[in-house]
Write a protein that binds this ligand. Structure first.
Ligand code: G4F
Length: 324
């Protein structure tokens, strides 16, 4: 919004409790109804908003949930991408015989490093083959390939950012970074004695969510559509994270951390490490940390430039998971 965009978020359900929280936090965001499971609602949303850019950040994004609700994950995280792309295609009048015009809607798909799964090489590049290890990773791979396919089939400006883990204080408490930081705080303050975790040996390339949101925006401003890896190239284990977090609080993690089989996954992604060379070369980079008040992650948005100076092509459409 600071850049002159009008931002629209997609909300589902008739009494979504998240709407009130979004209104409190981000009063200037407009809301439009729609659901990634409902093609017609997405077409209506795109028609209503007339977006310049659409960011699909919506997904069932907690990986363990994807084993419990594999079909729903496929519908939302996988087929949801198809429905958003179709809504853009239909509203833009694009077909096999009719290419998009100059002022086409630009589309960003939130692809994930989870697609690499059992990695074939390290660090991972845009060319590294996928071997997803969860229904979530499989669904993301579908959305990734479909985005490429719509670009190649219809000439749409549709790109994927293959984002490695991105964190901030707003990360949900079920994800490991926030689970550990909150757990350490509770132990330090005497509210808890133990922190129950899963695989301490898994390693991730963790970055700051605010930087990655900037990278998404830059991707839609490129002259030519292309997919990019977004990550730091630095990998740490969950054990490193635990050691560091307890150490900051002056505690020894061995006195408090318990391995709990309930948090071990049926198939694990052991180690992820990004090679973001292409993004660096093409100057797709976040511009440094923000003040934490930005709203990384949440949704898909739609925005539109208000003034004449900003490129008149910006939208964000929000979808299923957003507005929390
Ligand atoms: O924080 P996590 O749950 O994130 P995960 O599974 O890597 O996925 C996140 O990043 C992806 C990008 O690469 C996104 F696509 C995805 O939507 C999500 O945002 O788990 C990180 C690691 C895993 O290896 C997990 O097994 O931490 C390990 N871990 C160990 N104990 C745990 C726990 N994870 C969680 N959530 N809870 C534990 O107790």
């Amino acid at each position: 919004m600071a850049q002159g965009y009008e931002v629209w978020g997609l909300v589902r359900g008739q009494a979504n409790p998240r709407v009130r929280r979004v209104r409190e936090l981000l009063g200037e965001v407009h809301l439009v109804r729609g659901d990634l499971l409902d093609q017609g609602s997405l077409i209506s949303a795109v028609e209503r908003v007339q977006p310049d850019e659409v960011y699909n950040l919506a997904a069932i994004s907690y990986v363990p949930m994807s084993w419990q609700q594999a079909e729903l994950t496929g519908e939302v995280t996988g087929l949801g991408v198809l429905r958003v792309l179709e809504a853009i295609r239909v509203c833009s009048g694009i077909s096999a015989s009719r290419s998009p015009g100059h002022a086409q809607i630009r589309f960003y798909q939130a692809s994930s490093s989870e697609m690499f799964g059992k990695v074939r090489e390290s660090p991972q590049t845009e060319q590294t083959p996928f071997h997803p290890r969860s229904p979530y990773g499989v669904a993301k791979a579908y959305g990734h390939h479909l985005t490429q396919n719509y670009r190649e089939s219809y000439g749409m400006f549709a790109v994927s950012g293959i984002l490695f883990n991105h964190e901030s204080p707003r990360r949900g408490a079920e994800f490991v970074t926030r689970k550990v930081s909150l757990g350490v705080a509770k132990i330090k303050l005497g509210f808890e004695r133990q922190l129950r975790l899963g695989n301490l040996g898994a390693s991730r390339d963790w970055g700051f969510a605010g930087d990655y949101v900037r990278a998404m925006h830059l991707m839609l401003g490129m002259d030519q559509p292309s997919d990019y890896i977004v990550g730091t190239g630095v990998t740490h284990s969950v054990g490193d994270l635990v050691d560091l977090a307890f150490g900051v609080a002056g505690l020894d993690w061995r006195d408090h951390v318990v391995t709990d089989a309930a948090f071990i996954r049926p198939a694990e992604v052991d180690r992820l490490c990004a090679n973001p060379a292409k993004a660096a070369e093409d100057r797709v980079r976040g511009a440094g940390h923000d003040d934490g008040r930005g709203r990384p992650g949440a949704v898909v948005g739609v925005r539109r430039a208000r003034g004449g100076l900003v490129r008149l092509r910006r939208v964000v459409a929000r979808a299923r998971v957003p507005i929390t």
